[in-house]
Design a protein around this ligand. Sequence first.
Ligand SMILES: Cc1ncc(COP(=O)(O)O)c(C=O)c1O
Length: 394
Amino acid sequence: MSYHFATRTAGLRSSAIRDLLKVTEMSDMLSLAGGLPTPDSFPLADLRREADRLLSEYGPRVVQYSATDGVVELRQWIADQYTSEFARPVAVEGEIIVTHGSQQALDLLAKVLIDPGDVVVSESPAYLGAVQALELFQPRFEVIPGDEHGMQVELLAERLAAGLRPRMVYVVPNFHNPSGATMSLARRRHLADLADQHDLLIVEDDPYGAIRFAGEPLPPIASFTDRVVYLSTFSKIVAPGFRVGWMIGPPEVMSWVARAKQAADLHTSSFAQFLLANVVQQPGWLDAQKARIVPMYRDRCVALADALEAALGDRISFHRPDGGMFLWTRFTDIPDTTALLQHALREGVAFVPGNAFTIDQVPDSKARFSYSTLSPAQLGAAVQRLARAVDAAS
Ligand SMILES: Cc1ncc(COP(=O)(O)O)c(C=O)c1O
């Protein structure tokens, strides 16, 4: 049987990571491929208690249809958080939309902003899920390389001066996926200035900002200009299965996004929103949760980085991230990490080759290692397997 598919599906790639996860789930593989939060970070007891209380005390309201923008209790909490982070008042009405994870925010923004052929600026390497969400709307990607201080905003400035007019500039400023990089304060300010000068819309995707285990927090780009749609999520700090995230942006943009969300799913799960709002609103809860989980990621990051240095020495290079879940590496004597992956899978360890995070997907010497789900001891064992694969591949 043959079916007809819309032209927009032509470039739609499958996520290399999801494909790889299928392999890793089938065996005793040690996987450095996925980026799932560690299950020990999920506050199950608090969630169970609050779920019970909500159902018995609030009753039907928590499972009824609710507003497209999100339930007011949660939007109020978001407004309070970001009024201090953005150093300006964030309104409960008009500026905030609760989404089905940040991933839905990317999809909705692409739907309302991008016509085929419109220019979207993205870092390289880039978060694969954003590329997938955006490419369905057939943009032309203008790729700006990143380094250990984030997107090289100076290069964007040059291209803007030469006439580039993007519909959106997509950045992940904190503990980037996959590069682990944090955008410097100077580049944040510079990008905000460029947005003001050239009427750009910046999409600041910040799922990992709360998982900082080194260095000082930096202000979001949204604190320097209004021309930002800021995205974040409960996925990394509470649990991803609720699929609750949020976006904060200019009311003109948000009103179109709200219509697109109505068409997509009416609203995000009422129960998940009430539950999360009631858990995170408890005085001191979020600080205690961060204090409990951030050291888990710090210890794992150190374990992986130390093991890689000990086992591979100058055959691998990387910058240690200040937070998040990913270590981005370059192999000095392996030009194609897709070939290395085949050896690694035979040794029982998985990772994601660097080209999976590029628009053109040309094989390269880079690789993303996630330290989020394995224990420090397992990370050490995974690196031993990787070292054998490197010997076999080079
Ligand atoms: C940079 C980035 N943005 C967005 C997402 C999607 O997060 P959510 O679970 O909120 O949809 C992820 C998930 O890994 C991510 O790494």
